[in-house]
Design a protein around this ligand. Structure first.
Ligand code: ADP
Ligand code: MG
Length: 695
């Protein structure tokens, strides 16, 4: 089945809409985050202007939008360039100057001929004892009053696209919207008093009072639900399909795992053991595993992954672990090499850095099966990489990877089980949107002996005192991370800040200070990280390149400058770099003067808890879903109509709805099923649709 023809008008290019020319098209595409008419329709108003307000001039308040009928009295053309053209008009109760800057004066005067009556609508300003309106939004004839006295939606804009342009394009888009089959459950729709899709989208763009802007307005709720349902259904279908692909039942004795465990200087925690049991149960079953392991920083996910890998290695298959960055991949290599050597297992590492002959040799080993374990970065996703028999793919710190990348890896081989590991304690709502109702194991217990981290908030002015304290700790053998702020969109400024701090510390501590930043060559970066790990460097100044997952147990001090600029989840990740050894650890959150209320509350949360889940929930509450992981490139779906902070309950309903749909009609053949396919197309869930087609 290809896209139902009734959706065609929604999938035309934006450039087909009125008022959208070649210049505005790219701007528009950026604004609505897509290139199709449907993307324009999903650009929801953020406010409205009420032009029904029609006072007499003498009563027109300053700063308010008003629609007024006036008679034009006088034209004062701009006396010279740079000065405005002025048209004076009256309604009998007062006079108003209508002002045009840089306007074609003939145009202005033709619009407002002397002696004629016109309706003007725009913002009234009281200026130097007079009343004026600069560039009226609308000018019309008295008989056009009804068309002018309307309520107009106001949209988020971008440079080069005015509200007028969006409105015009939107009118064009709304003029072509089709009637679509109803995909909602009838009873549910009635209970909520939701309108049809067609009506909902029309109402969305025609707000007539405040309530229309509320996320709980029935039209907005319905559209949000549609989006969430499409998300849940698509994830469920993809997953269903994956599970049905001949999964393999891995029967291993556990001998290799035993070998690894016997080299460890510790026992697994109860939570690690429980998670492994859950993984083993999945892997022994003949279905494909797709399991998410959530464990706070330092909870010990890596060893769990290694143990899971042994299940497939023992059966003669390969296993791979993929990290989001070079540094993390190398860190994994370090941990794994000890374990794998002890068990006599061969491995290779593959990152973007391996080039030419070296890379070819690695690829050969992967293809021939010579390499039993492959450790790498997203380089592993590439098509050129062929495994002999990939039994288990572990994706670490996965929130950086998108759904499609995860699928790409799991499709490297027919029966590949997938284990996704994340250190970011994602709130339940976000897990649902990113994975659907996927199995989740939680490592909710830290290895024994970890001491709480003493977190302190510190105004910038006190940095010197803090440095004195750090100096004393370093004398006693401690090590410190010093993270410099992330300046939005400017790696160069980031760097300057870090370099300036480095110079200051260098003066005092000499060669004991190191600097690492994103602009460095990978090799340089590694050298610095390694010399920090060895303890040669005592204070490591870094931009945020000290990624999640780096493990230097002796480091017990974390300084974060301008902490208010970081997301809570990010602060939590950074703080998790310390508190791994046996000594007491400190985290200093340095903030600039003049912090707002919310910013203070956020930092206080950090001081009050080390529980990543509480922090993540708080972050979601204070910043909203899109921001939870710091950036938009987080691999989390971005919703246009739904707002997770307001529509969390709808998400849960969509999850349950999806379960029922799948249970009754997994191929979407019923009447509702067919309508649901239209829904999937509407939200461009092509992946899911392809699964249906294949199945
Ligand atoms: P993360 O979950 O952040 O990836 P790691 O797997 O890097 O954590 O583990 C952090 C540190 O804790 C490592 O040094 C690891 O060897 C150690 N570790 C893991 N499990 C245990 C345990 N059960 N007892 C003590 N230390 C452990
Ligand atoms: Mg890790």
């Amino acid at each position: 089945m290809s896209r139902p023809f009734e959706l065609d008008p929604l999938f035309r290019a934006i450039s087909t809409l009125p008022g959208v020319g070649p210049k505005t098209t790219p701007l528009f595409e950026k604004l609505v985050r897509g290139g199709k008419v449907v993307d324009v329709l999903h650009h929801k108003p953020i406010d409205f202007i009420d032009r029904r307000f029609s006072p007499k001039l003498k009563d027109a308040p300053n700063g308010k939008i008003a629609t007024i009928e006036v008679r034009v009295e006088k034209h004062s053309p701009a006396p010279r360039r740079g000065l405005p053209t002025r048209v004076t008009a009256t309604d009998g109760t007062g006079t108003i100057d209508i002002i045009f800057f840089n306007a074609n004066k003939d145009w202005a005067m033709k619009q407002l001929p002397i002696g004629e009556v016109r309706i003007i609508s725009g913002k009234v300003e009281h200026y130097q004892g007079k009343m004026q309106m600069v560039h009226p939004d609308m000018i019309g004839l008295p008989e056009e009053r009804a068309a002018i006295e309307t309520i107009e939606p106001v949209y988020a804009l971008t440079a080069g696209v005015t509200n007028k342009t969006v409105k015009k394009a939107m009118q064009g888009a709304l003029g072509t919207i089709p009637k679509l089959p109803e995909w909602l459950d009838d009873a549910h729709k009635k209970k909520r008093s939701w309108p049809d899709w067609h009506k909902a989208i029309t109402i969305l763009h025609d707000p007539s009072d405040e309530t229309y802007l509320s996320p709980t307005h029935p039209a907005r709720e319905r559209l949000a639900y549609d989006e969430l349902l499409a998300n849940q259904l698509s994830l469920a279908l993809v997953r269903l399909h994956q599970r049905q692909l001949n999964g393999r039942a891995w029967k291993s004795e556990g001998a290799l795992r035993q070998k690894i465990l016997s080299t460890l200087p510790f026992d697994l925690t109860g939570a690690q053991q429980r998670t492994l049991d859950e993984i083993d149960t999945d892997m022994q079953a003949p279905l494909k595993m797709l399991r998410l392991v959530q464990g706070d920083v330092g909870s010990g996910k890596t060893i769990v992954a290694a143990c899971a890998m042994m299940n497939v290695i023992e059966c003669g298959a390969q296993a791979a672990i993929m990290a989001p960055t070079e540094i993390l991949a190398r860190q994994h290599k370090k941990s794994f090499s000890e374990w794998l050597n002890a068990a006599g297992i061969s491995y290779v590492t593959l990152t973007g850095r391996n080039k030419g002959k070296e890379r070819e040799a690695i690829l050969d080993d992967i293809k021939s099966g010579e390499a039993q374990v492959v450790i790498g970065t997203h380089a592993l996703f590439q098509d050129s990489i062929e495994f002999k028999d990939l039994g288990l793919a572990v994706i670490d710190e996965q929130h950086r990877f998108g759904v499609h990348q995860r699928l790409a890896l799991s499709q490297k081989s027919k029966g590949t089980d997938v284990l996704v590991m994340t250190a970011t304690p994602i709130p339940r709502t976000l897990t649902l949107t990113a994975y659907g109702d996927m199995e989740v194991s939680k490592i909710d217990e830290k290895p024994a002996g970890r001491k709480p981290i003493d977190t302190r908030l510190l105004p910038k002015e006190k940095v010197e005192t803090m440095i004195d304290a750090i100096a004393r700790q370093i004398q006693k053998g401690a090590q410190a991370y010093w993270v410099c702020p992330l300046v939005e969109d400017s790696e160069i400024l980031d760097l300057q800040a870090a370099e300036a701090r480095y110079d200051i510390l260098r003066e005092r501590f000499g060669a004991q200070v190191g600097l690492v930043h994103g602009k460095m060559k990978a090799q340089e970066k590694d050298e610095i990280m390694e010399s920090f790990a060895r303890g040669d460097i005592k204070i490591l100044v870094a931009t945020t390149v000290i990624e999640v997952g780096v493990n230097v147990p002796n480091a017990s001090i974390m300084v974060i400058e301008q902490a208010e600029r970081f997301g809570l989840a990010q602060l939590h990740q950074l703080r998790g770099r310390v508190g791994r050894g046996s000594t007491k650890s400190f985290c200093f959150l340095v903030y600039a003067a003049g912090l707002g209320q919310t910013a203070k509350e956020r930092l206080r949360t950090m001081r009050e808890t080390e529980d990543g889940f509480i922090i993540a929930e708080k972050d979601l509450e204070l910043r909203g879903g899109g921001e939870i992981l710091g950036t938009r490139q987080s691999g989390m779906p971005v919703f246009k109509l739904a707002d997770l902070t307001a529509h969390g309950d709808l998400l849960v309903t969509a999850r349950d709805d999806t379960k029922l749909i799948i249970a009754k009609d997994e191929n979407l053949k019923s009447t509702r099923g067919i309508a649901l396919k239209t829904l999937l197309y509407l939200f461009e869930q092509d992946q899911a649709i392809m699964r249906l087609r294949a199945g």
